[in-house]
Structures are given as C-alpha cells and as structure tokens.
Design a protein around this ligand. Structure first.
Ligand SMILES: Cc1cc2nc3c(=O)[nH]c(=O)nc-3n(C[C@H](O)[C@H](O)[C@H](O)COP(=O)(O)OP(=O)(O)OC[C@H]3O[C@@H](n4cnc5c(N)ncnc54)[C@H](O)[C@@H]3O)c2cc1C
Length: 383
C-alpha cells in the first residue's frame, strides 16, 4: 500500500479531517489529527447540519458509522418553515407527512455538529487527535513536512492533509489561489434556552428550521438538541463592512443596526437580541474560484473548506468535506493508484469537478436568496 510506513498528519479535527482519519484507520494507515482546540469540549459547536445520501451519509456508511448516526440524528429537525418578514408562515413542512427515510435521495437527516463530531471522535483509535495543536507554520524539508505549533511543539510528517477550514494554514503550500468575497455577510449567534429567552420564535421554529426572506435579506435558524437556536442573518454588504461599520458586535449596537437595516420587519424578530449570554459573530462569506485547479504534489493536499470554501446557502459544505475524505481515502489506498502523486491527482480532479458544480449552485443560491425576489424564488423552488 502507498501509505505503508508513512506518517500521515491531518490538520484540523472538523468533519472532513475526522472522517478522513477514520477511513484511513480502517485501511490500517498510521494517522494523527492535529487540532487547535484545547480539548474536545473546548468550544461550542455551531448549528445543525443536514447530511446528504450521495455525500455525507455515503462517507459515514463507508466508515461503518451509520448506526451511530441513526442513534444521534434529530428526526423532524429537517422540517422547514419559510416565513416572510412579517413572520407569516408561507410554506410549512410541519403540515406535511413525509414518507422519506434513509436511502431516499431527498431524505436529508439533521444532526447537531457536537454529536456528529463525537461520533467521529469516538470511532478513532485512542490518541489519534492531538489537541492544543494550533499550526503556526509549515515548511518543506526534502520530501517531508515540518510543522510548528503555537504550543512550541514541532512534528515532521511524510504526508500532510490540510483539513483546517476557511483560513487554512496549509493551503498556501498547495496553491496561491485566493478566495473572493461573495458580497454577502452574515451575523451568527447561538441563542441558549430559547424556550424562555425567545419564546415566540421558539414556537415558530417548532423544533425544525426557519428561513425568512425580505428586501434582499435573510434570517436562517435551526433548533438544536440542547434547547438553543443557531441563527444567522445574511445581507448584502461591501467587503470590509465589518470593520468599516464601526459596530461593536458584542454590544446593543447590533440591535440598533438591525432596527435600521431590517426596518419594517415584525417585532417578533427583536426576541433574537434579548438573550445577552452570547454575542453575534460577523462573518463575511468568501468562496474559492469555481474554476480553481492546481498541479498535484506527491505528499500534500486539501479537503473540505480549506480546499473549496463556499457560503452556506446550499447546505453542501460539510457534505463536500466528508465526500472529499471518502474519495481521498479511496484514492490513497487503491491498488490502482500507481504512486502517491497519481493518487492525489486522481482525488483532486474529482474534487475540482464537483466543486465547479456545487460551488455554482451555492453562489447562485446566495445571490437570489439575497435579491428582492428571494422569497418568491424560494417558494417556487419548493412548489
Ligand atoms: C454560519 C454557517 C452555517 C453553515 N451551515 C451549513 C449547513 O447547514 N450545511 C453545511 O453542509 N455546511 C454549512 N456550513 C459550512 C460548514 O460549516 C463547513 O463547510 C464544514 O464545517 C467544513 O468542514 P471542514 O472539516 O472542512 O472544516 P471545519 O469544520 O472548519 O473544521 C476545521 C477544523 O480545523 C481546525 N483548525 C483551524 N485552523 C487550524 C490551525 N491553524 N491549526 C490546527 N487546527 C486548525 C478548526 O478548529 C476546526 O476544528 C456553514 C458555515 C457557516 C459559517
């Protein structure tokens, strides 16, 4: 096997990196995952994710983790309500009886990020993940990679897989291609104890998902298993708006901004600002160029957001990260791969092709959802 006696270092214990580690371990590969979080509970994981049968679920199936997934997914959490700015429900999946189930193309079961991460972590050999390993730099030394971490540690690895997300510290060793700004910025927040802190919204959400549209703006929410709501508001803004706006996102200035920008929206939305336990995180939405490609190397590549960052408006990010893991693990362990450069090139070719399609769909969604016809177009899609 091509990876025999090779030390494989995966950077980043997100869904992509952990899925890859599991799939490689099943093939007997020696692998470590280096993660900047101090430990597995150091950070609250974000909102819910819907996994798709042809990508995320396929990778879990191959990893032998479907039973664990079925015990942890949140039945009914995929039910969507589309709501206008006046908080009127204009489309409601809670009214429908869905016969969809595992194996159906359109069944997209939801799972919170925390439980998904736990399933993957629990499936790995002990001490696979090396916590508190924030990569500061990477350097090529002959045919190996020297990686320096913030905690002072250094490692040397034969093979490096950058699975370290949007601001990858590995990507520049693979390509100089930079992401571009999509024109949409989001403000994200987790609302704890939603039943008490945002009761009207909590009832409206009904344990599922909400997408609200109005005047080129969106509000997206999903209920999480811990009783909290993951919320993000999307709107068109110039690049650099976060700094230029002068808003202190940890203060009530965000509420002042909302009242002005979402002027005319129903008062129910103000509940989103009442719980002060957490503040908003502003995130400009970047995307990698859809036609990106590079020449494969023989000992390094990228998966997930590090490879093909895109906005969240097609729900493909995590699914593509997990499918990358599946395709890369297959390519690296296949008898047909004549050498490592061939194996990486084969994986990257598939990944570029897929991203050209899903990235296009994602960008198209991002644009029309934040257009004046956003609500109309969303309803047309569901009808
Ligand atoms: C608001 C929002 C909503 C989203 N909603 C959805 C959705 O509904 N469905 C969907 O499919 N996708 C969604 N996405 C996208 C999705 O989150 C990503 O596509 C997915 O998490 C990518 O997985 P990954 O493993 O590549 O990277 P990540 O999940 O970003 O994981 C990267 C890991 O690397 C670690 N890391 C980062 N830098 C370093 C470093 N220097 N050293 C060591 N470790 C490092 C991080 O701590 C993290 O654990 C959303 C994104 C956002 C911002």
């Amino acid at each position: 096997m091509l990876l025999e006696n090779k030390q494989v270092a995966i950077i980043g214990a997100g869904p992509g990196g952990l899925t890859l580690a599991k799939l490689l371990q099943l093939e007997g590969v020696s692998v470590k995952v280096y993660e900047r979080d101090l430990n597995r509970t150091a950070r609250t994981q974000g909102g819910t994710l819907d996994l798709h049968w042809e990508s995320g679920l396929k990778a879990l199936e191959k990893a032998g983790l479907m039973d664990a997934f079925k015990s942890n997914y949140r039945a009914g959490n995929d039910r969507l309500r589309i709501i206008d700015k006046n908080a009127t429900i204009v489309f409601d999946e809670h009214q429908e009886t869905s016969a969809a189930n595992f194996g159906d193309e359109w069944f997209r079961p939801e799972i919170d990020r925390g439980p998904l991460r736990d399933i993957l972590l629990d499936a790995l050999l002990p001490d696979t993940v090396v916590w508190d390993s924030h990569v500061l730099s990477i350097e090529k030394i002959t045919e190996t990679w020297k990686i320096v971490f913030q905690n002072g540690n250094t490692i040397v690895a034969d093979i490096v897989i950058g699975a370290d997300g949007a601001n990858s510290k590995i990507r520049h060793m693979v390509t100089d291609i930079l992401p571009f700004y999509s024109g949409v910025t989001i403000l994200e927040k987790n609302i704890y104890d939603a039943k008490n802190s945002a009761p009207k919204i909590y009832d409206l959400l009904k344990g599922g998902k909400i997408m609200s549209f109005g005047e080129s703006k969106t509000i997206t929410m999903s209920a999480k298993g811990d009783g909290s709501i993951d919320l993000y508001m999307g709107f068109k803004a110039e690049e650099g708006w976060i700094a230029n706006s002068g808003i202190d996102f940890k203060s009530d200035q965000v509420l002042d901004w909302f009242k002005k920008e979402y002027n005319g929206w129903d008062d129910i939305w103000l509940e989103l600002f009442e719980n002060k336990q957490t503040s908003f995180t502003p995130r400009p939405m970047y995307c990698m160029p859809l036609d990106q490609c590079w020449e494969a190397q023989s000992n390094i590549t990228l998966i997930g957001d590090a490879a093909h960052l895109m906005p969240p408006y097609a729900g493909e990010g995590v699914n593509m990260a997990m499918l990358d893991a599946l395709e890369l693990s297959k390519s690296l362990t296949s008898e047909k791969s004549k050498d490592l450069k061939y194996a990486f090139a084969h994986y990257e070719k598939q990944m570029f092709k897929r991203f050209a399609i899903t990235g296009r769909e994602t960008l198209d969604n991002t644009y029309w959802m934040h257009s004046v016809d956003g609500l109309k177009k969303m309803l047309a899609l569901f009808s």
